[in-house]
Ligand binder design. Structure first.
Ligand code: ZN
Length: 106
C-alpha cells in the first residue's frame, strides 16, 4: 500500500527535521536557543506525522479512540479522527487533516 502523498510529505519533513536536529546535536558549541528551536521543529514534525498517520492508518487499538470517521471530500480519503484532532476551542468539532471542520456527533 502506497502512503498518501500528505503522509509521504509529512514523513519527509520529519526525516529532514530529525537529521537537522541530529547534526546540530553533534556540532560543537551550538547555541542552546538553536538546539531548542530545532527540537521544537522536530516535535512539530513528529506531531504532524502522528496526526496524519492516526487519521489515515489507525492501528486496531487506535480505532477504539476514534471520535468521527468521515470521507474527506478534499483528500477523497476516509479519515479517522480522535481527540488529537479535536478543535482546540470547539470541543464538538474535529479538524480534519486537510484543515476542514467536521462535527462530532456522539
Ligand atoms: Zn479533510
Amino acid at each position: 500500500m502506497a502512503l498518501h502523498f500528505l503522509a509521504e510529505a509529512a514523513f519527509d519533513d520529519l526525516l529532514v527535521a530529525w537529521r537537522h536536529h541530529d547534526d546540530l546535536k553533534r556540532t560543537p558549541k551550538v547555541a542552546v536557543t538553536r538546539l531548542a528551536a530545532s527540537r521544537s521543529a522536530l516535535e512539530d514534525a513528529r506531531s504532524r506525522m502522528r496526526r496524519l498517520r492516526e487519521a489515515l492508518y489507525p492501528t486496531s487499538d487506535e480505532h477504539e479512540d476514534v471520535l468521527v470517521t468521515a470521507l474527506c471530500s478534499v483528500l477523497d480519503e476516509v479519515v479517522h479522527l480522535n481527540w488529537r484532532h479535536v478543535h482546540p476551542h470547539r470541543p464538538g468539532v474535529a479538524v480534519c487533516i486537510c484543515g476542514e471542520h467536521i462535527a462530532i456527533h456522539r
